[in-house]
Design a binder for this molecule. Sequence first.
Ligand SMILES: [Zn+2]
Length: 247
Amino acid sequence: MNNELSSEDESYSTSGGEEFDAEDATWVEWFCSQRGNEYYVEVEEEYINDDFNLTGLSSCVPWYDEALNLILDCDEDEDVDSDSLASIEAAACILYGLIHARYIMTTRGQQALLEKFKVGMYGTCPNSVCDLVKQKLLPIGSDILKQSSTRVFCPCCNEIYFPKNPKLEIIDGAHFGSSASLVLFMTNPQLVNKYEPSAAYSPKLFGFRAAVSPQTREAARLALAKRSLAVELGKPAADVVPDSDST
Ligand SMILES: [Zn+2]
């Protein structure tokens, strides 16, 4: 995640190729336009200004008041040394991530996440069957900071994958939370592409269907052990009962 504020970043090109003027941009606009941060949706200022929405976050982030002021573009008169400024900027990125995780659970946040999903911001499922229907993915994380990095979820195969883009993967999973993507898929079932059941992969061994499950592997292991023991004892395999721990 590119979270460092610097004078070099004041003017740059957005993903759309337009020149971005940091002078006219809010902090949130600036942050979301940074390379690697385009996966975040822009949280509305009105949402951040409502203290109720920030309940409990003050104990999660150092420099909370200063970080919140930075996010809301509130000018502070007091002089801050460069070390403290760097700490405040880092705290602002964490605080924004935690606010973001809450915001994308709201109706407007879900809509913003949906817009990112529609353009395939989070990639498509690498599963070969899901690839047939080009199922798009949504980010998924955890509800606790530093517990996991961001992954992507596929509603077709119900699997979680590492994102193709490492810039998404290095974002703390708590910035997306564990529920927002699931809620979006549950409330918008049309987003889940359908494919014929016959398209699903069915393992075959010499033309016969084979279920490679832990149970069948264990049965195969016991059968092999039984045959080996029978050969060793010189008895018919049917008369041998191998120890379940034997190999
Ligand atoms: Zn899938």
